[in-house]
Structure formats: C-alpha cells, structure tokens
Design a protein around this ligand. Sequence first.
Ligand SMILES: [Ca+2]
Ligand SMILES: [Ca+2]
Length: 375
Amino acid sequence: MARSKFLAIALIVIGVTAGIGFALMTRQQQAPRATAPTAIEPAAGEFLPTIQTPAAAPRPAPEGMAWIPGGEFSMGAADPLGKDANVVGMQATEDSRPIHRIYVDGFWMDQTEVTNRQFAQFVKATGYVTVAERAPTAEEFPDAPPENLVAGSVVFSPPDHEVPLDTHYRWWSYVPGANWRHPAGPDSNLDGRDNYPVVHIAYQDAEAYAKWAGKRLPTEAEWEFAARGGLSGALYAWGNEFLVDGRFMANTHQGHFPNEDTHADAHDGIAPVAQFPANGYGLHDVAGNIWEWTSDWYRPDYYAGLAAGGVARNPRGPESSFDPGEPGVAKRVHRGGSFLCTEQYCSRYMVGTRGKGEPSTGTNHLGIRLVKDAP
Ligand SMILES: [Ca+2]
Ligand SMILES: [Ca+2]
C-alpha cells in the first residue's frame, strides 16, 4: 500500500468510493504483473529443526522484553496442505519460498506491540510529530492535486455490503485528521486506549521512537525466528491448528471480509495488547492484531538469493526494494498480519508469510515491536 496513490486520487481522499475512482484502480489492476522469480515448490521435510543457541539470557532483562536466544532455523512458508492459493489468500506464500536456513544472534524483543502509553511518553519527552500529523508536500507527492495535500492517514473503512476482493481501495480510505492520537479519524481519540497498540506509524516514526527508546527495529529474519518461538515449520506461532482446544490464539477477522466481522475471537477490530497467549518465547500478538514494521527492504526473490548461499548469518535484507505488484514504490517488510486478516483474504497471520508497505504509509492496523541487542 502506498500513500501516494491515495493522495493522487481525489475521490479516495474525501472517502467517496464512486465509479471513476474504481476505473482508475481497475487500470492499475490490469497492469502486467511480474511473476515471482522463483517457483520452487517446498518438499516435505524442507523445514529442519530449530537449533537454539544454548547460552543463558543476559541479565537483567529490559522491562517488557523477552530474551530471544538466537540460533539456526528454517525460514519461510509453504502453502498449507490441501489449500490452494486462493484459499491461502493473495498467494500468501509465493514470496516466502524457498524455505531456507538462517542463523541469527540472540537479542531482546518487546513482548507486546508498542502501546499508545509508551508512544505518548516518547512524544511528551521529545515533541516528535509523526508523518501522519504533517501535511504532505507537493515536492513529496507531485502527482497529487494540491487540495489533497492535507495531513491524514489511511483508515479501514469497510463497505456495508459484500464487494469483490480485487482491490484494497474498496475498504481503505485516506482520512484527513487521522493519526496515532485519532486512530479512526479526527472525531476519535485515545480515551481508554492506553494499552492498545499505537497505529498510523510510518517507518521514520518507528525509527525515531526506537532511537529514543534505545532499541531498533527487528530484521525480517529476527522477527520470524522470534515469532516461531522455537517451533520449526509450524503454520502458526503456536502450532499447526488455528484453534487450540476451541480457543482463538490471535486477534484476526471472522465473518465475511471486509463488510462483516463477527468477532468470534471477542475483538471487533483492534484489541489491547496481550489478550491472547504468548508464544514459546513469551511474545504476544506476533500473529494478528496489528502488522509490525521490520527493517528489511521487500523483494519477492530475496529468499532465493539467500538459499543459494548456504546458512545465511544475520541477514539484513536486500540492498533495494522491488514489488512486482507496484513497481517503482520502494517498500519495507511488514510481518504478522492484523485484526483484518482472514482466511478469505490475506491470511498472513501464518508465521512464515510476508507483507510489505511503502515507508511513509501508516494505517490503523500497522505499528511496531522493537528489539535490543545484548550488551
Ligand atoms: Ca478479531
Ligand atoms: Ca502483531
């Protein structure tokens, strides 16, 4: 998703999803799509056991952080057996192959997504103004009509009826006045939401917060090692069954997407952090609730390059970004899926799967979880 597209399309800025807007989007949809450069089908057994580094966690533990021991693991995702790509959603695992072997050093990681309370402390201490609170400039977005250059962010705005799942512009709108303090738009606020994840965080906002907190964003490999919690090849951060003894393990979307969330998991929309069980490393909500930024640039062929070189040690992502679905828009990797992910669309709460986003684009289902190196 890219902010520039929202700013360039006037009808989206004012939240009207009329025919001409869709005509514009349809043309984009029909642009030639490059196929993923690698089509290596994972064979059974490609996932090898995770080998955790045996060293004990350093002491003391930073507040709210869990020790991730580091080690060697198999990274990536295979399509779940018995499900075709349409069911998995958006060909979710094509760019998550081949399964490849990675080593990462140990590190500390936030046990939860960064909350509004934490982000407010940062803003109070520094006076930082987030990207969504600043008016976009004509220099940044030369294709946008001047009247669209207003501060705001992208908000989930579901229709009240079923729609084709062909373009996300059917349920996302650029809302003037939306930002971390006003997550659903100017009339919303953070009352009672101290313990909710902060959202509408652009990549540079995440970096600024991390610098203040003495932390950093995880690499994609660190994120996946941590999210797997010591398991190898599991579909989810907790195992291979979506429900455990009938219990939901993550905040996702139930019901017909995008118009109806039956919230069988007890949360209609975003949830406070840590409402679901932690994974094997003590991390909550690595699946679902909000997407989380990583520091890697996105390329669908990055894993193939790594796989060709044996065990990759502490990979930090490709030198540049390429998304065949939106060529020319550099993107960073997002991980974990959100409260909007469903089996019908974008089932990327599956632990090895990937997402991506343009760095200046925050939304109300995207935030942060940080890491800290051992001394
Ligand atoms: Ca939910
Ligand atoms: Ca999450």
